[in-house]
Design a protein around this ligand. Sequence first.
Ligand code: 13P
Ligand code: ZN
Ligand code: NA
Length: 283
Amino acid sequence: TIVSTRQMLQDAQTNHYAVPAFNIHNLETFQVVVDTAKEMGSPVIIAVTPSTIEYARGEYVVAMANVAARNTKTPVAIHLDHFEEISNIKQAIDIGFRSCMIDASKDILSKNIAIVKEVVAYAHRYDTTVEAELGKLVGIEDDLVVDERESIYTNPADAVKFVAATNIDSLAVAIGTAHGLYKGEPKLDFDRLKEIRAQIDIPLVLHGASDVPDELVKKAILFGICKVNVATDLKIPFSNAVKKFFLENPKANDPRKYMTPGKEAMRAVVTHKIKVCGSLNRY
Ligand code: 13P
Ligand code: ZN
Ligand code: NA
């Protein structure tokens, strides 16, 4: 059965590690993430954005997750990442998703609360966990583009209000990470993270973890992050390996041949990220 992220994030919070959430796009990337996580005994969250649902189609993702969940002790969840339309979330829950993020972070606090509450009311009826974001991350995540001037760090007092008003299961915080790559080294506001952690008892989520130095991600986990989102750091090595294969084999036309180096390059990064999260050998 397809599980929510409740149990896995609770275990991560209790035992001070993070569950990695990897964005996938197709069969190949789904398999690399799930196979690697299972081999390492790491709980894993498969994240799909609205444009991935459009591309890969929701029913196929659910079908792959059902196969992945068979005969394994390793918890595998499929998660709706950065969904902004309530109707799309409801549709995805209806076909089997049990974890979602409603991203109304671009709205003012009162509107963000109202939207999130509606999602929670529906999701909790189906034992589906809900993540929401307070503050705003800069950068590009598929169709979501946020300019640097619009970035807002999470306010701890607002976060307390937000969690109490919405009854969400996890909170995505804005503490200085951004979607995609950075110009220099990102500066993370660990004091802010500690303050939020001290006042809130639900799992905290770090978006934009690609291109953040490992030591900073580990420090964020030490200070209370329980879920680490990675997208760009998987896309780049996959596509680079495929490009290299075509340069060396310009006549190649067999997907089983030209996709394989992409899968292998991605597998190495997934393995590394699981180690950074400290989630290996948990199940
Ligand atoms: P990165 O692309 O920076 O890893 O961000 C991923 C993310 O936050 C997915 O929600
Ligand atoms: Zn994100
Ligand atoms: Na990033």
